[in-house]
Design a binder for this molecule. Structure first.
Ligand code: BG6
Length: 487
């Protein structure tokens, strides 16, 4: 029997997480091509009256409008927080907090501007070399996501994104290029960010314009199938090029609770959870789970698979399972229940949980439940590579940010991770989302802040971009220094 592990392991990877398209800016600098996230327009909630809570979707008409009249729109992911020019200052602040790891993604369009080039863009490769060198200087392990909600827009225009099989070799070329280039610098990799996002937004997750596909559900699972294969090829390449590295898959983990003890509701919760687990089931076990056959049949989903696909999935099993965790959901037996599985917006409220300012239910125990279930299911190391509170912060006159609400949120989640480890979970690390304030993925707002470091910029891109340490900065520093004991 495995010995009881009380407390975080000695080599636990504490740190923070970001994504290229939410921090870098410099969207056309040094040869970078336009990417799908460069077309996520900011929709002012004060004008629309509503903040789309998650996922940016783009239709073919919108894309056309964005391309022909960019001056009419704001695209905050094009400016990010200017990490491209300020990475040294930012990494120094992460080092000051004692980060052991820093999760970052590589922009595919920086390396292959259209995705179609034979040769990579040297200036793009050089940028990440410098970022990784800076991390290593402080003993920070880079944790790299190969694809975090962006890809060259050319691949959307030419192939309609991942719905096309053509993307698989193009992604493999990109993956092999970065694996070879950074093999001496990067030991931890993730292939796709939150692959289950395909179920929520085809544009965000797969670069696919939904209005151009015949059937959304079939397109969703066809895109996912292609990403599974691309991911498997990247895993194989990683094992071949950097045998000692670890490469994982990742989902947005949303545990579904049943509304009542009614067996129908319980069954529905089980099925909703299966739909979310479908993604790591394929990537961590190397085959489609049997429950999907019925789901495909019942929903008239026809996924085209080719000879050799099954074998490839088996060969591309990941080393660990990473999750982002923000909330749990409640489900009940109802017509649209399967559509809600894994989605950020659930119409059913859990009366036991408080909500964030963006209406996301706060459920630290849900994190522990998720970790235990994932551990039971895969018996592989787990990584919480996103978790955090998006909130409005106030900068005081003397440049302080008193974010006790964020400390409270994080403290409760860290405590539950500690409990999960006692429960037998093999947890590798924890990278809080948006360790420095960044552009929100779902809403493109700057005012939805997650960081330990405040960035002086508003939703419209105005501000000095100066960085200020929040109260949570000092809290996290202490948390890391004590290996999660002093909370
Ligand atoms: C995760 C994404 O799902 O949620 C991040 O991987 C994202 O990219 C994070 O930023 C928080 O969502 P939002 O919409 O608040 O930025």
């Amino acid at each position: 029997m495995k010995e009881l592990q009380a407390g975080f392991p000695k080599d636990f990877l504490w740190g923070g997480a970001t994504a290229a398209n939410q921090i870098e800016g410099a969207y056309l600098e040094d040869g970078k091509g336009l990417s799908t996230s460069d077309f996520a327009a900011y929709k002012d909630p004060y004008i629309t009256g509503k903040v789309d809570n998650f996922t940016f979707n783009v239709s073919s008409k919108e894309l056309e409008a964005y391309k022909s009249h960019p001056e009419k729109y704001l695209f905050p992911k094009r400016w990010g927080i200017d990490f491209y020019h300020r990475y040294k200052e930012d990494i120094a602040l992460f080092a000051e907090m004692g980060f052991k790891t820093f999760r970052i993604s590589i922009s595919w369009a920086r390396i292959f501007p259209t995705g179609l080039e034979e040769k990579p863009n040297e200036a793009g490769l050089d940028f990440y070399d410098k970022v990784f060198d800076e991390c290593i200087k402080y003993g920070i392990e880079p944790l790299v996501t190969m694809s975090h909600y962006e890809m060259p827009i050319t691949l959307t225009e030419k192939y309609n994104g991942w719905v096309s099989r053509e993307l698989i070799p193009l992604f493999e070329k990109y993956a092999r290029t970065i694996l070879k280039r950074y093999k001496n610098k990067v030991n931890y990799w993730i292939t796709f960010n939150e692959m289950n996002m395909d179920m929520n937004s085809l544009y965000t997750g797969a670069g696919t314009l939904e209005d151009l596909v015949e059937d959304t559900l079939t397109a969703t699972y066809q895109s996912s199938h292609h990403q599974f294969l691309a991911s498997a090829r990247a895993v194989k390449a990683c094992h071949e090029i950097i045998p000692e590295a670890k490469i994982g898959c990742m989902i947005n983990q949303i545990e579904s609770y049943a509304m009542t003890t009614k067996p129908e509701d319980q069954l529905q919760a089980l099925k909703s959870n299966q739909l979310n687990m479908f993604y790591p089931d394929v990537q961590a076990r190397g085959e489609y789970p049997s429950y999907m056959a019925r789901y495909f049949e019942d929903n008239a989903i026809h996924v085209v698979m080719e000879k050799g696909d099954e074998a490839l999935l088996k060969e591309g099993i990941v080393d660990y399972v990473a999750i982002s965790y923000y909330m749990s959901h409640v489900t009940e037996a109802r017509e649209d229940a399967s559509k809600l599985a894994g989605s950020f917006d659930s119409p059913i409220k859990n009366s036991y949980l408080e909500l964030t300012q963006w209406d996301w239910p706060i459920d630290p125990i849900g994190l522990r439940i998720s970790l235990i279930k994932l551990n039971d299911r895969y018996e592989k190391p787990l990584f919480v590579c996103e978790n955090g509170l998006g909130a409005k912060d106030e900068l005081t006159n003397n440049q302080k940010i008193h974010d006790d609400y964020r400390i409270d949120y994080l403290k409760k989640h860290v405590l539950q991770m500690r409990e999960a480890i006692r429960d037998g979970v093999d947890l590798m690390g924890y990278t809080t989302w948006g360790c420095i304030d960044l552009i929100s993925c779902g809403t493109s707002q700057m005012s939805k802040r997650y960081g330990f470091i405040y960035v002086d910029q508003d939703d419209k891109g105005q501000g000095s971009l100066a960085r200020y340490k929040k109260d949570s900065f000092y809290w996290y520093k202490e948390c890391i220094a004590s290996n999660g004991e002093t909370l």
